[in-house]
Design a protein around this ligand. Sequence first.
Ligand SMILES: Nc1nc2c(c(=O)[nH]1)N[C@H]1C(S)=C(S)[C@@H](COP(=O)(O)OP(=O)(O)OC[C@H]3O[C@@H](n4cnc5c(=O)[nH]c(N)nc54)[C@H](O)[C@@H]3O)O[C@H]1N2
Ligand SMILES: Nc1nc2c(c(=O)[nH]1)N[C@H]1C(S)=C(S)[C@@H](COP(=O)(O)OP(=O)(O)OC[C@H]3O[C@@H](n4cnc5c(=O)[nH]c(N)nc54)[C@H](O)[C@@H]3O)O[C@H]1N2
Ligand SMILES: [Mo]
Length: 764
Amino acid sequence: MSKSPIEKASTPEEFSNLKIEKPPKNSVGFGALKAAVSHANKYMNTSDALKLSLKVNQKGGFDCPGCAWPDPDDERSALGEYCENGLKAMAEEAQNKIIGREFFAANSVDDLSNLSDFEIGKSGRLAEPMYLAEGASHYRPISWDKAFNKVGKHLNALNSPDEAAFYTSGRTTNEAAFLYQLFVREYGTANLPDCSNMCHEASGSALSETLGIGKGSVTLDDLYKAELVMVIGQNPATNHPRMLTALEKTKKNGGKIIAINPLPEAGLIKFTNPQNPLKLLTGGTKLADVFVPITINGDVAFVKALLLKLLEEEEAKGHVFDKDFIEAYTHGYDAFVSNLKTFNFDECLKLSGVSKAIFDQVFDLVLNKKRIIVCWAMGLTQHENAVDNIRELVNLLLLKGSIGKEGAGTCPVRGHSNVQGDRTVGIWEAAPQKFLDKIESKYGFKPTTKHGYSVIEAIKAMNEDKVKVFFGLGGNFISAVPDTNYSAQGLAKCNLTVHVSTKLNRSHLVTGKEALIFPCLGRSEKDYQKTGEQTQSVENSMGVVSSTKGILEPCSDSLLSEVAVVCGIAYATLKDRTKIDWLAYQDDYNLVRDDIEEVVDGFQDYNKKLKQPSGFYLPNGARIRKFKTKTGKANFSVNKLPEWKLKNDELVMMTIRSHDQFNTTIYGLNDRYRGVFNERRVIFMNREDMQKRGLEEHEVVNLKSEFNGVVREAKKFKVVGYNIPKNCCATYFPETNVLVPLDSFAHTAKTPASKSVIITVEAI
Ligand SMILES: Nc1nc2c(c(=O)[nH]1)N[C@H]1C(S)=C(S)[C@@H](COP(=O)(O)OP(=O)(O)OC[C@H]3O[C@@H](n4cnc5c(=O)[nH]c(N)nc54)[C@H](O)[C@@H]3O)O[C@H]1N2
Ligand SMILES: Nc1nc2c(c(=O)[nH]1)N[C@H]1C(S)=C(S)[C@@H](COP(=O)(O)OP(=O)(O)OC[C@H]3O[C@@H](n4cnc5c(=O)[nH]c(N)nc54)[C@H](O)[C@@H]3O)O[C@H]1N2
Ligand SMILES: [Mo]
């Protein structure tokens, strides 16, 4: 009997030999250099590794497929804009092993699902298109033409285009993303769920409403010039290592740093720049001036406590708030202040879990600063009240006039290397009418104005038989989404699931009745088309668009570029119905950029500007105090405190990344900066919470979450005593996604609340 979709979706409950060391006090330095080099040596050809590491993020080179942290506009290190996890991302993509028909003939889908995610990822690069027939146990090779026609046939057989969902992960370039959404809209739906829905959607919602733009407002230069940078809910040493170089500059220029995080993450405390040999020897820079060990989801309460004290001081002495800015540029100040006064300082501070002594240090640092930047990531966006988290921080910035001027503003630190660009060029299930109108006037068809499914809605729709075809441009849907078991059942109900991928992942194993794998070129590879080698483009976390061009030969002759795959599917599906010359685009990507220029604001002279070595900045209203909100001003907001009701035996769990993973891609089994080695099935707990439950170090436990009467279970995790606030715990994503309830998400944004999952822990 074949395994069920739920069995195939879950990560094997096997341990790999946990070893614990004291977490280091310092990040990067020699340790990171060593780790990166040995990783590259293990999985890549040495000459490829060298070529890539010299060209990555250099002007005219290729954009690192890792995170979305920007590159300096001017000086870039001669060593390459180096970072350990960037090199791991490259090694993962430019692996020297490929998998094709022999591999899939030798391994059934069931066999592959028995592997760990680490092993799946290490099997090699996908080398040719593969097809899984209904009822078959093994994938078989298929030609590209036949595969495209299969997709077309399935899509055209649906009762409505809304019965298909088209997912995007954030590595897709602007060119491929623009064409993809164009095809989806011409085909007739707006079902464009994307990884952003699970990531910074809450930032987009909160920032659009308050500041009129869903992106951050600062540039790298602002970070260097800030008087105070607050880093909240973010682990840069692992997820955005090059951010530490920028923070080091902030410090050098006299700026202060406050880190707010339940965990004392190594990189937040101290950092040794690998590009600075002297620092390597002398021991690095202290980064955070104050570390705030907040309770999980205590941020709204903490910021409210801060706002209350600032208000008190303003009313007593004045000169704390920027009254001129508030008068000229904002809306809703009075309502905000009268609401704030209904909260009690002591109660807020207690809810945040922060001591008065630490609060006072933060207060002293914030009080007189006029150039403040707030940086944040998933620690703020993956809660039910995620939008409130961000709106409350915007309130702080508005009171201080800390927006739209040098050294001040918002800095949501983006995840995937082009997740921001994908949204800019139209990957959006709820695209603004203005964008749809432009599509209509340029292409002569009327895109649906109905909002499509976001990730959570798409999963529900599959389970309710409302979505029958799932198409994924990149990513690893089943492992990334919440509520793994329910989601697996949804995917299994589909008639067809298709994934355009570079590497094998679990989503290829949890399939619809039929399934296709489309192997594509990675960022690091050369993209040859009829008019020659093609360049593509991406947008980083600070709104800079720049070019990216691969430098290695493709790992297989049977790969297509993402652009070519999209064009192939569009052509095979729409045939005579289309008003667009799909095949012309794949011959010459300049044509795609000409279209983007016509449809999307801010891309004037796109092809020309892309040749500028550092790329170009997209317009950003908040950066120049032009707030394109409904009121025409920057809006203060009124936010509630989250209602925490933990029962006596419950803990709140955050699902986080280890140092050796990129989302669902597991580079290795260590989490060096947290002192955890050779194991991912761990739960970090406060030692008092362990004692209360009679749990020993490394004891094996099962985890349960109960939500709206439904119990979810994740089995076999080892307890690790850790410096984490009481009643809080942490596990790695994706092993515990099975515990994240689909219906627990951020209001307004629908981001799954994967950082506040209420669980109980049971010894076995
Ligand atoms: N190497 C590497 N780089 C990556 C990624 C990767 O997986 N690996 N992923 C990329 C992607 S897509 C993204 S979105 C980013 C993710 O980057 P991060 O957001 O840094 O990643 P997470 O591991 O989710 O870390 C969340 C941090 O928030 C803290 N936190 C959790 N809950 C709370 C809370 O309630 N309040 C506060 N104040 N803090 C909290 C956690 O302790 C942790 O330090 O990184 C990108 N870059
Ligand atoms: N519990 C929990 N769940 C989470 C999160 C969390 O913190 N906790 N974080 C969420 C976040 S922030 C995000 S962004 C999502 C991530 O969700 P996804 O973006 O869907 O997941 P990834 O793991 O980044 O996708 C990895 C796969 O992408 C494919 N790939 C890599 N490079 C390329 C490329 O260049 N082209 C194509 N076509 N394919 C490529 C490879 O096949 C690889 O297996 O997960 C979310 N899920
Ligand atoms: Mo993300």
